[in-house]
Design a protein around this ligand. Structure first.
Ligand SMILES: Nc1nc2c(c(=O)[nH]1)N[C@H]1C(S)=C(S)[C@@H](COP(=O)(O)OP(=O)(O)OC[C@H]3O[C@@H](n4cnc5c(=O)[nH]c(N)nc54)[C@H](O)[C@@H]3O)O[C@H]1N2
Ligand SMILES: Nc1nc2c(c(=O)[nH]1)N[C@H]1C(S)=C(S)[C@@H](COP(=O)(O)OP(=O)(O)OC[C@H]3O[C@@H](n4cnc5c(=O)[nH]c(N)nc54)[C@H](O)[C@@H]3O)O[C@H]1N2
Ligand code: SF4
Ligand SMILES: [Mo]
Length: 721
C-alpha cells in the first residue's frame, strides 16, 4: 500500500516541484487568473523539507518571462554564427529539419546523425535517445562524463546504486568529499545544519575552504585528485583495528581479502605523503567515520576527472565494509515503488533498442564499453570522440546534430574545437529557451518550454518518493516541450521515409509520465494533490534484493573490470598535476580547479538576468595571497589562465583569499556574455572551458576528462579594470 502525504485544500496554491536542478525541491505555487504570483518552498516535501533556492524562486520565472526568451522558430539568414535570423513557422521549421536530416541520413547513413542533451536525469534525455534511435542512430551525447558519470559507473561496477540516498537526518557523522552543498544543494545543506544542531559530526574533505569547511569538525585538505589514498587509508585503519562490519562483509562483499590487501598498501604515513594530509587527521577522520551511522556525501570535486571512477570505488567500498550501506543514517540504496519505470529502464528496455550490431557502433563503445553503447550506463556516446568524428570522419562521419537542453559550446571543454565542429556540420538544429552560444551556431533554432511550462515525474531516491512537476502556465509564444518537438520531427521524417522504427509511442507528456508510473498504483491526479507520493520500503533487505553484479554481491573486487583488463580493486592514481613531464610542470606551476558553484547561476543559465549579474558580475579566480603576490596579482585584477597545450586562454577576475591553498587556483564554470559582440558570446573569453582541453587523458572507465586538478599558469592582465 502506498502512504499519501496530507493534501492541500487551497486550490489557488498548487504543490509542484522545481526541476531546475536535480535537488528537485518541493514547491508551493500561488496562481491567480492563470498567472504565477509566487513560488515558495513546500515544507511538507519529504526530500527537500522546505529547502529552496533563488534559482527556483526567481530565476526560473524571469527565464520564462524574459524579453530574451525565444518564442518562435528561427532560420539562419547569414553565415553560421552571424546572428542573423528570420522567423519561420513550426511547419516550415520541421520540414526543413526533416529534409536536411533525411539528406544526411541518405548520404552517410543513420549513424551520421547525433543528438545532444544533458542526460537521463530528466525526461528530455530519454526522449532524445529514443528519437535518435527512431532515426536509426545510437549516437547521443550526454554531459555526464563531466557530471556524476564517475560516481554512476563506480556504483554500477560495485553493485550499489546509492546516489542521492544520503540519510543525513539520521547520521551521527557526515563525510563530505568534494561537495559544496551551501551553493549546490540547499536541501542537503539544511540537513547538514540539522545534523550539527543535533550534535552530529562533519568531516569535510576538500582542498578549498568555504562553507563546507567552516561547518566541519574536521577539515582535511588533500592535494586535488588524491582522495582515493585517503579513502583507502581509512579503510585500512578500520580493517586493521577490527572496526569494520565483518558480518556484512563476509555475507555480502566479494573479494574482501584482496581489497584488504590493497588497503594495507595505504597506511596513514603513506597516505599522508600522497595527499598532504597529516597522519593524525587521517586517523581522526577514521575515528569519526567509524563512530556511525555515517553517511558519505560526495560531490563533483571527486567526479569528472581522469581517476574519478577509482576514487569513487575507494569511497563506495568503504561505505560497504563499514556497514553504512542501506542503513539508517548511512547511504540508502535507490528504491522505487513496485511497477514504476525509470528513465534508465526505458533506455535499456529491449522494446526500445536498436539491433546490437548497430548499438555496438555507438561512438566510444569500443574504448569505454561501460560508458557508451549497448552495455553502457546510459548507452550514450563518448563526447570528445564525437567531436573528433565530426572534424575527422573517424571512425565514421557525423554530419548533422540535434541539440536540446545542453549548451555544449560553453560547457564542454575546448570550446574552440566544439564550435569548430558545430560550424563544420552539414546541419545543426538547436532547441533552446534563449539564444545560447550553442544555439547561435545553428541553422534552425526551435523555441523550448521552460520547467514552469512542462509536466515531469521524478523518482527521488533520497527521501524516497515520487514527485511531480505541474505544467503551471501555458508555453510562451510558440514554445514546445521536448516530446512535442521529437514527435514533430518523427512524423516529418516518417513522411520522408527516413525513420528506422518508432520508439516514441506516447502522444503526450501525460502519456509518457503515466507510462513511467506504470503499475505503481500512483496516479498523476493523486500526485497533483500533494506534489509527491511516498512509498514503503525496508532498509537492509539484501536477501530480497541482492546486488546487481555477476557475483550478486558488493564487488570490492570487480569481476567486470578484471575482464576488461582494468584494475579490479579500488586504486589510487597519482593526480594528473603530479604526472606531467617536468617541463610542463615548470611552465604551468599551479593546479586549477573548475566548477565551483555560485548560488545565482545554474551552469550557463540565467546569464542574461540583471539581478544575477548584479550579484555576480564577473567570473572569478580564487587565489591564495602568497600565490597572488608571487604573480604580481592584486585583488579584483583580471588575469589570464592557460593550461598545457591550449592556444586559448580564459579571462577571470582574481579574488585573493586563503580559501584556496597556496599553489591552487579555483574558478566556476558556465560563463558567457549574452551582450558580447563576438559570435561565441564570450565562450572563448570568460569561459574556463575555452582554456581546457577535451583530448584526455580520460578516465579509463567513464571516459571523463580532467575538469579539475590540472596544471595551469596565470598572468596579470592590464589595465586592471
Ligand atoms: N547554484 C547552483 N547549484 C547547482 C549547480 C549550479 O550550477 N549552480 N549545478 C548542479 C550540478 S549539475 C552539480 S553536478 C552540482 C555540483 O555541486 P558540488 O557537487 O557541490 O560540486 P562543486 O561545487 O563543483 O565542487 C564541490 C567541491 O569540490 C572541491 N574539489 C575540487 N577538486 C577536488 C578534489 O580533488 N578533491 C576534493 N575532495 N574536493 C575537490 C571544490 O573545492 C568544491 O568545494 O551542483 C548542482 N547545483
Ligand atoms: N570545466 C568544467 N566544465 C563543466 C563542469 C565543471 O565543473 N567544469 N561541470 C559540468 C557539469 S556538472 C554539468 S551538469 C554540465 C552542465 O552543462 P549544460 O547542461 O550544458 O549546462 P546548462 O547551462 O544547464 O545548459 C542547459 C541548457 O539547456 C537549457 N535548458 C534548461 N532546461 C531545459 C529543458 O528543460 N529543456 C531543454 N530543452 N533545455 C533546457 C538551458 O537554457 C541551457 O541552454 O557542465 C559540465 N561542464
Ligand atoms: S535547489 Fe534551487 S534550482 Fe534546484 S530544485 Fe531546488 S529550488 Fe530548484
Ligand atoms: Mo552537473
Amino acid at each position: 500500500m502506498l502512504c499519501w502525504a496530507p493534501m492541500q485544500d487551497d486550490t489557488t496554491i498548487h504543490p509542484s516541484q522545481c526541476w531546475e536542478c536535480n535537488t528537485y525541491c518541493g514547491s508551493l505555487v500561488t496562481m491567480r487568473d492563470g498567472a504565477i504570483v509566487k513560488i515558495a518552498p513546500n515544507p511538507d516535501h519529504p526530500n527537500s523539507r522546505g529547502a529552496f533556492c533563488v534559482k527556483g524562486i526567481r530565476a526560473v520565472r524571469e527565464w520564462t518571462d524574459n524579453d530574451s526568451r525565444l518564442t518562435h522558430p528561427l532560420r539562419r539568414t547569414g553565415p553560421r554564427g552571424g546572428g542573423k535570423w528570420e522567423r519561420i513557422s513550426w511547419d516550415a521549421a520541421l520540414d526543413e529539419v526533416a529534409d536536411r536530416m533525411a539528406a544526411v541520413r541518405g548520404a552517410h547513413g543513420p549513424l551520421a546523425l547525433a543528438g545532444a542533451v544533458s542526460g537521463a536525469a530528466f525526461s528530455r534525455g530519454t526522449i532524445m535517445a529514443l528519437l535518435m534511435r527512431s532515426l536509426g542512430s545510437p549516437n547521443w551525447l550526454i554531459n555526464q562524463d563531466l557530471c556524476g558519470g564517475c560516481q554512476a559507473l563506480s556504483e554500477k561496477i560495485t553493485g550499489i546504486a546509492m546516489k542521492n540516498g544520503e540519510d543525513i537526518d539520521h547520521a551521527r557523522c557526515a563525510m563530505l568529499v568534494g561537495r559544496n552543498p551551501q551553493a549546490a544543494d540547499p536541501a542537503q545543506w539544511m540537513a547538514l545544519k540539522r545534523l550539527k544542531q543535533r550534535g552530529g559530526r562533519i568531516v569535510t574533505i576538500d582542498p578549498m575552504g568555504g562553507p563546507a569547511a567552516d561547518l566541519a569538525d574536521l577539515w582535511l585538505r588533500p592535494y586535488p585528485g588524491s582522495d582515493a589514498a585517503l579513502a583507502l587509508a581509512i579503510a585500512h585503519l578500520l580493517i586493521r583495528d577490527d572496526r569494520y562490519d565483518s558480518e556484512f562483509t563476509a555475507r555480502w562483499c566479494h573479494g574482501f581479502e584482496r581489497y584488504a590487501a590493497r588497503a594495507a598498501e595505504f597506511p596513514p604515513d603513506v597516505a599522508a605523503r600522497l595527499t598532504g594530509v597529516d597522519e593524525a587527521d587521517i586517523a581522526a577522520a577514521a575515528d569519526l567515520y567509524a563512530d556511525g551511522p555515517s553517511v558519505f556525501v560526495p560531490g563533483h570535486g571527486i567526479d569528472a576527472f581522469s581517476a574519478g571512477v577509482q576514487t569513487f570505488r575507494a569511497f563506495d567500498c568503504l561505505v560497504a565494509i563499514s556497514g553504512n550501506l542501506d542503513r539508517r543514517g548511512g547511504n540508502r540504496l535507490a528504491r522505487r515503488p513496485k511497477g514504476m519505470r525509470t528513465y534508465l529502464d526505458l533506455l535499456h528496455d529491449p522494446k526500445f533498442r536498436l539491433p546490437l550490431d548497430i548499438e555496438k557502433q555507438t561512438i566510444g563503445a569500443r574504448q569505454f564499453p561501460l560508458w557508451a553503447g549497448p552495455e553502457g550506463w546510459q548507452t550514450a556516446c563518448h563526447n570528445p570522440s564525437v567531436i573528433d568524428a565530426i572534424l575527422t570522419g573517424d571512425p565514421y562521419p557525423v554530419r548533422a546534430m540535434y541539440i536540446s537542453g545542453v549548451n555544449i559550446a560553453v560547457t564542454y571543454p575546448n570550446s574552440a574545437r566544439t564550435i569548430e565542429a558545430l560550424q563544420s556540420l552539414d546541419f545543426l538544429v538547436v532547441a533552446s529557451q534563449t539564444m545560447t552560444p550553442t544555439a547561435g551556431y545553428a541553422d534552425i533554432v526551435l523555441p523550448k518550454t521552460t520547467t514552469l511550462e512542462e509536466e515531469e515525474v521524478q523518482l527521488q531516491p533520497g527521501a524516497p518518493c515520487v514527485s511531480y512537476t505541474r505544467a503551471l502556465v501555458a508555453p510562451r509564444g510558440e514554445a514546445r516541450c521536448d516530446l512535442d518537438i521529437a514527435l514533430g520531427l518523427r512524423d516529418a521524417l516518417a513522411k520522408r521515409r527516413a525513420l528506422s522504427e518508432d520508439f516514441l509511442p506516447w502522444p503526450t507528456m501525460r502519456a509518457f509520465n503515466e507510462y513511467l508510473l506504470g503499475d505503481s498504483g500512483i496516479s498523476i491526479a493523486e500526485l497533483a494533490k500533494t506534489g509527491f507520493a511516498v512509498f514503503p520500503y525496508t532498509l537492509g533487505d539484501f536477501e530480497a534484493r541482492g546486488f546487481a553484479t555477476a557475483t550478486g554481491k558488493v564487488e570490492l573486487y570487480s569481476e567486470r573490470l578484471a575482464a576488461l583488463g582494468l584494475d579490479p580493486l579500488p586504486g589510487y592514481t597519482p593526480p594528473r598535476a603530479a604526472r606531467e613531464p617536468q617541463a610542463v610542470m615548470d611552465a604551468f606551476p599551479l593546479v586549477l580547479l573548475t566548477g565551483i558553484r555560485e548560488k545565482t547561476y545554474h551552469h550557463s543559465r540565467f546569464r542574461d538576468q540583471p539581478w544575477a549579474r548584479k550579484v555576480s558580475p564577473d567570473p572569478t579566480l580564487q587565489i591564495h595571497p602568497d600565490t597572488a603576490a608571487a604573480h604580481n596579482i592584486a585583488d579584483a585584477q583580471w588575469v589570464a589562465v592557460r593550461t598545457p597545450g591550449m592556444a586559448n586562454s580564459c579571462r577571470l577576475r582574481a579574488v585573493v583569499s586563503d580559501r584556496a591553498p597556496p599553489g591552487v587556483v579555483a574558478t566556476g564554470m558556465g560563463w558567457w556574455d549574452p551582450d558580447a559582440a563576438s559570435a561565441d558570446k564570450g565562450a572563448l573569453d570568460i569561459n574556463i572551458n575555452g582554456a581546457l582541453s577535451y583530448a584526455g587523458p580520460w578516465d579509463p572507465v567513464s571516459g571523463s576528462p580532467d575538469a579539475h586538478g590540472l596544471r595551469c599558469r596565470i598572468e596579470p592582465l592590464h589595465p586592471t579594470a
